[in-house]
Design a protein around this ligand. Structure first.
Ligand code: HEC
Ligand code: HEC
Length: 275
C-alpha cells in the first residue's frame, strides 16, 4: 500500500506542478516582463517602456561619451543637438549609430533598429524633462541660454530672404508672439517639425473612382485615409494612384537643407517675437 500511496502522492505533486504551470501561463505577461527590468524600482509614471529600455542601452553603450543622461561628456551634448531634435522615432539617429563617424571619434554600433528606436525614445524624453525643469525652476534660464546660440539678425535675413519663410508666414501675423506661445525647446522643434496640419490623400481606384480624406498613414507601399463617413480605408500603392497634398511639404524639404547654424539663427530670431 505504501507503494500506491507514493504513486498517488507523486500524482498530486504532478497536479500541482501542472496547475502552477497553467497559472504562470495565464498570468499577465507584464509581470514577467518587469522582472527582467533593471529599472523596476524607479517610479515608472512618465517614462514609456521604450524609453526605459533605451535608457539602459544608452547608458551601457553611449553614456561613456555622451554622458549618462545624454547631456554630453567626451562626445557632444545630444539633448541640444539639432539632429536629435529633428529625429522622429530613430530615423536620423539610426544612420549615425549604424555608420558611426569614425573621423570624429564616434564608433559604429551594429545595434538592431528596435534598440535604436528605444534609445531615441529615451533621448526625446530627456529633452522633454530638460524643458520641464527649465520651466519649473525659474532660476534656471540655462536651457534657453544653451539654445540661444544663434544670431537673431542673421535669422531675420534668412527668414525674409533665402529661406522664403515670409512667403507663407509673417512675424506680425501668424507668427506674432510665437515665442510666448511655445517653450523654447518646443519652438525649436516646431520650426523643423510643425504640427497641427494633416496631409490629405487622394486615391484613384483602377475603376477611375476617386476617394479622398485625411491621411492616417502613408509609406511607399500602403496608404490609409479617413473617408467622409469616418471609416479608415487602406490601399496598396501597387493598385491605386495616390496623390498626397501636404501643407507641410515645404517644411519637409527645408529639413533637408537646414544647417545647425540656420536653425539656431532662425530660432534666435523667432525668440524675439515675444511680447
Ligand atoms: C567613443 C565615444 C562615443 C560613443 C561610445 C558614442 N558616441 Fe555618439 N558621438 C561621438 C562623437 C565624438 C560625436 C561627434 C561626431 C561629429 O562631430 O560629427 C558623436 C555624435 C553622435 C550623434 C550626432 C550628434 C549630432 O548632433 O550630429 C548622435 C545622434 C550620437 N553620437 C549618438 C550616439 C549613440 C546613440 C551612441 C550609443 C549607441 C553613441 N553615440 C556612442 C562619440 C561617441
Ligand atoms: C510653403 C509654405 C511654407 C513655408 C515656405 C514655410 N512654412 Fe512654416 N508652416 C507652414 C505651414 C502650412 C505650417 C503649419 C500650419 C501652422 O501651424 O501655422 C507651418 C508652421 C510653422 C511653424 C509653427 C507655427 C505654429 O504656430 O505652430 C513655424 C515656427 C514655422 N512654420 C516656421 C517656418 C520657417 C522658419 C520657415 C522658413 C525657413 C517656414 N516656416 C517656411 C508653411 C510654410
Amino acid at each position: 500500500m505504501p507503494f500506491s500511496r507514493r504513486i498517488s502522492g507523486s500524482r498530486t505533486i504532478a497536479f500541482w506542478i501542472f496547475l502552477l504551470l497553467l497559472l504562470s501561463i495565464a498570468l499577465p505577461p507584464r509581470l514577467g516582463a518587469q522582472d527582467s527590468d533593471d529599472d523596476e524600482d524607479e517610479p515608472p509614471p512618465p517614462a514609456t517602456h521604450a524609453a526605459i529600455a533605451g535608457k539602459r542601452i544608452f547608458q551601457q553603450r553611449c553614456g561613456f561619451c555622451h554622458g549618462a543622461d545624454g547631456s554630453g561628456g567626451e562626445g557632444p551634448d545630444l539633448l541640444h543637438s539639432s539632429l536629435v531634435l529633428h529625429d522622429d522615432n530613430g530615423n536620423l539617429i539610426l544612420p549615425v549609430v549604424r555608420g558611426g563617424r569614425a573621423a570624429q571619434g564616434m564608433p559604429a554600433f551594429s545595434l538592431p533598429p528596435l534598440q535604436i528606436r528605444q534609445i531615441a525614445a529615451f533621448l526625446h524624453e530627456e529633452i522633454q524633462a530638460d524643458a520641464t525643469i527649465f520651466y519649473t525652476n525659474s532660476t534656471a534660464d540655462y536651457s534657453l541660454k544653451k539654445l540661444l546660440v544663434g544670431n537673431a539678425s542673421a535669422g531675420k535675413i534668412y527668414f525674409n530672404g533665402e529661406g522664403k519663410c515670409s512667403g507663407c508666414h509673417s512675424p506680425t501675423g501668424d507668427l506674432a508672439h510665437i515665442a510666448s506661445k511655445y517653450r523654447p525647446i518646443e519652438l525649436q522643434s516646431r520650426i523643423a517639425y510643425p504640427a497641427g496640419t494633416t496631409p490629405t490623400i487622394e486615391v484613384t481606384l483602377p475603376s477611375g473612382l476617386k476617394l479622398s480624406g485625411a491621411q492616417v498613414y502613408a509609406d511607399p507601399f500602403v496608404v490609409s485615409l479617413r473617408d467622409a463617413r469616418g471609416w479608415t480605408r487602406s490601399f496598396s500603392t501597387d493598385h491605386v494612384k495616390v496623390e498626397i497634398h501636404d501643407p507641410l511639404l515645404e517644411h519637409k524639404r527645408l529639413l533637408t537643407i537646414y544647417t545647425d547654424t540656420i536653425l539656431h539663427d532662425l530660432f534666435a530670431y523667432l525668440e524675439t517675437l515675444k511680447e
